[in-house]
Ligand binder design. Structure first.
Ligand code: CUA
Length: 315
């Protein structure tokens, strides 16, 4: 295809890449069509209706309902096509499929730190299997960064103070650019890396590399070190039990109910009084400044791994 001959566009290496490009080409096509139409109309009218003599008087023109309807309904139709088409792709990009491979990404000045669920860590490199949805949870240690893989047509900000997520499914083995797409200081331009897409069996091989610690195991050690275990050991502790908590609704003192997701757990570690669980006193100290974003992700991985008695979670 001509796309590959003229390197105007990055490779199409994810399931959404072709969809995003199709919409993009449609928009470019519509723009070129109307720009040409308007240009030719201006040109031909300028010639056709030019003033031919000093005494020539123009004829007044009355409105035309048909003409008004014609140039209202057609643009509305085109705008609606673009809207629904774009919304469909937007929802695809923002809704990860069930059971993705979950990888954690922490942006900091000026590097990307990546942790795989099996414990592998990488800096400025991301190894992923082909043909499997990969969900990224992004955090930032300092300022806003933006995780951008042009070949996958995904870009998501890593924002200090909260988690963001995105996902992709790579379709072609190979190496692709990884950029930071948000100006983040002196070495922003150096905050680059590569994404390596591997055949599933090669990825398994890569995973079975040197021994490493699972994020949940690192989290468990932190859980002991920081003393979380004193209050959150089980239902008899001073704080609510964390067993089987992840993904479940939590009743708060304020009467609200929230779901115990990553952002809730993160907030409760750093700012425990923001959302106090009903029936418990607001006595938990903050751990702001004592844990890094990576350690927070490890703690959350550990809390996620604490299964409830109902066997709902299979991670
Ligand atoms: Cu990080 Cu730009």
């Amino acid at each position: 295809m001509w796309l590959y001959v003229i390197p105007l566009f990055p490779d199409q290496a994810s399931t959404v890449a072709k969809q995003v490009d199709a919409l993009y080409f449609f928009l470019v096509g519509v723009s070129i069509f109307f720009a040409t139409l308007i240009f030719l109309t201006v040109l031909s009218f300028a010639i056709k209706y030019r003033r031919r003599s000093e005494t020539e008087q123009p004829q007044p023109i009355e409105g035309s309902l048909h003409l008004e309807l014609f140039w209202t309904i057609i643009p509305l139709g085109i705008a609606m096509i673009v809207f629904f088409w774009g919304a469909k792709i937007y929802f695809t990009i923002f809704t990860p499929p069930a059971d993705p491979l979950e990888i954690q990404v922490v942006g900091k000045q000026w590097m990307w730190k990546i942790q795989h669920p099996q414990g592998q860590r990488e800096i400025n490199e991301l190894h992923v299997p082909m043909g499997r949805p990969v969900k990224l949870t992004l955090a930032s240690e300092d300022v806003i960064h933006s995780f951008y893989i042009p070949a996958f047509r995904i870009k998501m900000d890593a924002v200090p103070g909260r988690y963001t997520t995105t996902w992709f499914e790579a379709t072609e083995p190979g190496e692709y650019h990884l950029f930071c797409a948000e100006y983040c200081g002196t070495s922003h331009a150096g905050m680059i890396g590569r994404v390596v897409v591997m055949e599933p069996d090669r990825y398994e091989q890569w995973l079975s590399g040197p021994a490493k610690e699972l994020p949940g195991m690192a989290g468990e050690r932190l859980f002991q070190q920081l003393g979380c275990v004193t209050c959150h050991r089980d239902s008899a502790g001073q704080g609510p039990s964390l067993v089987g908590l992840f993904g479940k609704p939590v009743q708060l003192k304020s009467g609200e109910t929230v779901v115990a997701d990553e952002n809730y757990l993160r907030e409760s570690i750093l700012n425990p009084r923001a959302k106090v669980v009903t029936g418990y006193p607001p006595i938990m100290p903050t751990f702001q400044g004592q844990v890094t974003e990576e350690e927070l992700l490890q703690l959350i991985a550990y809390i996620k791994s604490l299964e409830g008695g109902n066997g709902m979670r299979t991670e």
